[in-house]
Design a binder for this molecule. Sequence first.
Ligand SMILES: Cc1ncc(COP(=O)(O)O)c(C=O)c1O
Length: 452
Amino acid sequence: MASSTAPYSAQEIDLANLSLEELWMPFTANRAFKRSPRLLTEAKGMYYTAADGRRILDGTAGLWCVNAGHCREPIARAIAEQAARMDYAPGFQMGHPLQFELAAQITELLPGDLDRVFFTNSGSEAVDSALKIALAYWQAKGQPSRTRLIGRLRGYHGVGFGGISVGGIESNRKQFASQLLPNVDHLPHTHDSARNAFSRGQPAHGAELADELEQLVQRHGASSIAAVIIEPVAGSTGVLIPPKGYLERIRAICTKHDILLIFDEVITGFGRIGAPFAAEYFNIEPDMMTVAKGITNASVPMGAVFVRRGIYDTVVNATEQGIEFFHGYTYSGHPLACAAGLATLGVYRDEGLFERAASLAPYFEDAVHSLRGARNVVDIRNLGLVAGIELASRPGKPGARAFEVFTRCFQDENVLIRTTGDIIALSPPLIVEKRQIDEIIGAVGKMLAQVE
Ligand SMILES: Cc1ncc(COP(=O)(O)O)c(C=O)c1O
């Protein structure tokens, strides 16, 4: 034990006597976890250390967020220095230089006139902020009837009431179904394993699914629709890659009817698919983007909304004087997050990590598709450094087979993967080496052969 009265790090905690009961864990089967916990205590580069001392290869960049690898020295140093210099500054009617500098540097990565930045602390907050910005924009523009929001089935936009309303994951909505936002519609999802199974990169079939948007416009009238929000690549529901031509059609329909298009790039942002953002990768300019995760390499919580200049100008210029947008968070643009963000951008830039992701993508693609033919594998899909491996479900037990692969990879193979339902999702840090890709795929392949 350290000399202080309270333990401050995992090293100072008596793990053998650690009580697990008090904590209510998020998105976790609490009882099962507490019966057989999986605890991580340290991280460096591509590896975690588990509580029992094992080194665990990180096949998921934490939760799709540690894009530059763990505990990067420049980022840790920037956070420590900032914590000692100025821990916090109020963000309402006050500012500090780091948040302006980070906003300016980020916009250099963004396409077109997407050059206004609103900071939040998470992806969920970024999504709710973007939805509010859309409503505020149409009010300011003198079209207050534009309030309808359109999401997509199998979309994940975090857990705020706005996010779960436009999101399309039934399990995230059903406990709260009576209190979701009104005036929300959902486009169909684009997953079609009958036509597209084992596609490499963008699948060939499904661009026409975008035409559902045109039908929603016909049904409700464009003058009632504020915005469409979609993940360019749906991550959390199992890595669903957009079919060729689909995003282009969504963009064209939004443009035709003057509907705002929001790309939720919480996962795809900051290099995951081998470009700074999916917007660049697909060469499609949304009107807003939501990000989080990789913005600080997950070292300090942060999210943001990127907004086209015209949207900012419309909202800000609509008010004679005083506050223009009644929204914000105590920790919007927190100094530690900004310091972490600036250092993170530096690491991405200095090490060329987005380009590295692009150059590793073909190797990663071959590696994941080598699992075709493995027991129970019914589909494999990939883009950049993200992949989904879909398994046939056990009768009456959806998710059980993939979850067993996950626990066994962790326990027996020292590899961290992620599962959603019966889909294994892989998204290693962008610093991953080819031999580590082989190790991750080797572990998954071995477990697929063993797990019934
Ligand atoms: C596309 C997308 N949007 C929003 C979120 C929510 O982000 P957070 O968990 O930081 O609130 C996530 C989280 O995975 C996400 O993948």
